[in-house]
Write a protein that binds this ligand. Structure first.
Ligand SMILES: N[C@@H](CCC(=O)N[C@@H](CS)C(=O)NCC(=O)O)C(=O)O
Length: 204
């Protein structure tokens, strides 16, 4: 790849993990090209992503110097570093990581996975398994509700990549059957995030 090439994003339009990357690139005004991969038919993943992403997942980016990077939150961190979307203070940076890890361990595996199962999967698991994940998803929403009842944003009293990471699958949680009515602070935060210039829902 020549040094002048744009960032390349291996992308999928319905993936919240990919949406995070599209949002940060858009906010920072970084031009990129998209290579779309299916999240249902994954038969071309090895051919396309071997050598770029060990887990063969989207999102994966290839930087303008040819180096690849996978994992949505690592990509968020890489591009946001040095910008207003990632604090400089070491404690606040650790707090951002705290919420990025929460998103990947407690939130995404429940809320994103249920949305995928009910909306996109060719062979979803039994209803009891889906309901167990919904219970886990509601627990994650309760964690967010507790924090957001006392804070407008996740870290540093301002919009950061912690908000982008958690926005990605929270705003489409109803597609997975999650009712957001019991979480007024989460709903107010979603409105606050969508009022940020450059933040658009995944459907846009
Ligand atoms: N932890 C990864 C998760 C990525 C992920 O699960 N990507 C999905 C689409 S949202 C995918 O590529 N799935 C294909 C597969 O698992 O084979 C991240 O945050 O980027």
């Amino acid at each position: 790849m020549s040094p002048d090439m744009a960032v390349l994003l291996y992308d999928n339009p319905v993936s919240g993990n990919c949406h995070k990357v599209r949002l940060i690139l858009g906010l920072l005004g970084i031009e990129y090209e998209r290579h779309e991969l299916s999240v249902v038919d994954r038969s071309d993943r090895a051919e396309v992503l071997t050598g770029l992403s060990a887990s063969l997942n989207v999102p994966t980016v290839v930087l303008d110097d040819g180096r690849p990077l996978a994992e949505s939150n690592a990509i968020l961190w890489y591009f946001a570093d040095g910008s207003r979307y990632l604090p400089d203070d070491p404690y606040e940076r650790a707090q951002v990581l705290q919420w990025l890890f929460f998103e990947q361990y407690k939130h995404e595996p429940a809320i994103a996975v249920v949305r995928f199962w009910v909306g996109y999967a060719e062979t979803p698991p039994p209803a009891a398994e889906i309901e167990a994940r919904r219970t886990a998803g509601r627990a994650a929403l309760e964690v967010m509700e507790r924090h957001l009842s006392e804070h407008d944003y996740f870290v540093a009293a301002r919009f950061t990549i912690a908000d982008i990471a958690l926005y990605a699958y929270t705003h489409v949680a109803p597609e997975g059957g999650f009712d957001l009515a019991p979480y007024p602070a989460v709903r107010a935060w979603l409105d606050r995030i969508e009022a940020e210039p450059g933040i658009v829902p995944i459907s846009a």
